[in-house]
Design a protein around this ligand. Structure first.
Ligand code: F0G
Length: 465
């Protein structure tokens, strides 16, 4: 964002880039949308893109890349071993994040897989501010149990708390007292907490958590997949950070983590991921696993072309002109929805706009998946593809019981540098219509339910039309 003083007082945030390649969009007819959602078994993951108008399923792997990233893909030096492009990546990680050891992985969950394999034993517990779907599955497959130590305000969808992604330090102390440090391989903090609505943590909180970890010699792992938005929100909301650069804020965040990992499909705008650390022992433990599960250490499961673009993406992630546009779009979208009195998660954060489906559809019980139903209904009225982030995104207990999610959210994600203001106006208009006619929306039930990560491939049908 280029931030300038407005002639009318206050600040103006202006996007620090322009668009030079476009993709034409098509708005399918209502009948086509109805047919498509039935064919997709009411699961927005199973829709074909040709039937989608605005694809706001995720920001993952669909951000607009920069001219410099595309150029880096052409000049990347393809080779199995020893590519100079890998060493450019190492240099970018060191310059921007401050870590000297880097392990590329094919995406974020591959990093989680390696961390789980290297550090988690049967009956371990892993405290975190909140889980992410793939994180939880990998850590549980390794025999661990995920403990979510969020602050009480985190689940209040109508909050003004600036840092709902904070971890509760007292809960962490309690967990360490209860289980003992031997059972805690690491503590995990997720930047721009995904499943509670893109909410950031504060630097002060991260520092406090790090101090507790240090007291007990427990490593701190930072999931930095969306560190860009968390850093921007720290700059906007935390005292003492207004005049710091995004680069300084990101560096400071990373200096507090013993291990950093990320899905590069998000903040870094490429398809890949990596783990980074300054701890040689951790690095060596992880390095052994890399060729078994990912690839040789100089590509680690990524294409070298994308690895080159990742090196550029890491540097651009802290470029003041390029960061922040999405956060500003989300703020504008949330403000417009609030004006229409539509239940939406506040305060606005990163990642996307999150509708509160339990408040939107109080007549749909949680065992009929209100967020899944609302995501399908949103598609029908608008052609917008959003994502269920509620009970459908949870796993059943080993004995088959349903685990109700703390929140039932419909996430309308914002891929970076992709959608425009008119798209926001359109979405608000359609959502307002849907809210007015919310009685029309009924629940869903499974016709096919996969055993893990069921939200991806699960098939449903409509209860009561
Ligand atoms: N951690 C976080 C915080 C994520 O948001 C994601 C992915 C991952 C790890 C896994 O990374 O997809 O590269 O394997 N989030 C995507 C989303 C899928 O749509 O929010 P991955």
């Amino acid at each position: 964002m280029i931030i300038v003083r407005s002639s009318k007082g206050g600040e103006l945030c202006v996007d620090g880039y322009r668009v030079r390649i476009i993709e034409k969009l098509r708005l399918p007819s209502l009948n086509e949308r109805l047919k498509a959602i039935r064919e997709a078994f009411w699961n927005t993951f199973l829709l074909k893109n040709e039937h989608v108008f605005l694809d706001m399923l995720t920001d993952s792997g669909v951000n607009a890349m920069s001219d410099k990233q595309l150029a880096a893909m052409i000049t990347a030096q393809d080779s199995y071993a020893g590519s100079k492009t890998f060493y450019e990546l190492v240099k970018a990680v060191e310059d921007v994040l401050g870590y000297k050891y880097v392990l590329p992985t094919h995406q974020g969950r591959a990093a989680e897989h390696l961390l789980a394999k290297a550090f988690i034993k049967e009956d371990d517990v892993i405290p975190m501010n909140y889980h992410f779907t793939t994180t939880k599955v990998h850590f549980e497959l390794a025999g661990g149990q995920v403990l979510e130590l969020y602050i009480n305000e985190a689940l209040n969808t109508e909050s003004t708390h600036p840092f709902k992604g904070n971890m509760d330090p007292e809960k962490l102390r309690e967990v360490i007292r209860k289980y003992g440090k031997e059972k805690i391989p690491f503590v995990r903090m997720e930047a721009t907490t995904n499943l509670i609505g893109g909410q950031p943590f504060s630097m002060e909180n991260l520092r406090t958590i790090k101090e507790i970890c240090d007291e007990h010699e427990i490593p701190l792992v930072l999931d930095g997949s969306m560190i860009d938005w968390n850093a921007y929100l720290i700059k906007q909301r935390e005292r003492g950070y207004r005049n710091k650069s995004i680069a300084e804020i990101v560096k400071e965040m990373c200096s507090l983590a013993d291990i950093f990992y990320a899905s590069a499909r998000k903040a870094m705008c490429v398809r890949g991921g990596f783990i980074a650390t300054n701890n040689k022992k951790f690095f060596e433990k992880l390095e052994e696993l890399l060729p078994v599960y990912e690839g040789f250490f100089t590509y680690g499961g990524m294409s070298i072309k994308e690895l080159g673009a990742m090196a550029v993406g890491i540097r651009e992630m802290v470029d003041e002109s390029l960061v922040g546009s999405t956060v500003e779009q989300i703020r504008c979208f949330v403000e417009k929805l609030k004006k229409e009195k539509i239940p939406v998660v506040t305060p606005p954060g990163g990642l996307g706009v999150h509708l509160d489906a339990m408040k939107f559809l109080p007549h749909v019980p949680q065992n009929q998946y209100p967020a899944g139903a609302l995501a399908a209904a949103l598609y029908i009225v608008s052609g917008i593809r959003a994502m269920e982030r509620g009970t459908m995104s949870m796993e059943r207990t080993p004995d088959g019981r349903e685990v109700f999610s703390d929140l039932e959210l419909v996430r309308i994600a914002f891929p970076r540098r992709t959608y425009l203001r008119s798209h926001i106006d359109y979405a608000v208009d359609r959502i307002a219509w849907l809210y007015e006619h919310r009685e029309l929306i009924k629940g869903l039930e499974w016709v096919y339910e996969p055993p893990v990560l069921r939200f991806f491939l699960g098939k449903l049908k409509d209860v009561d039309n």
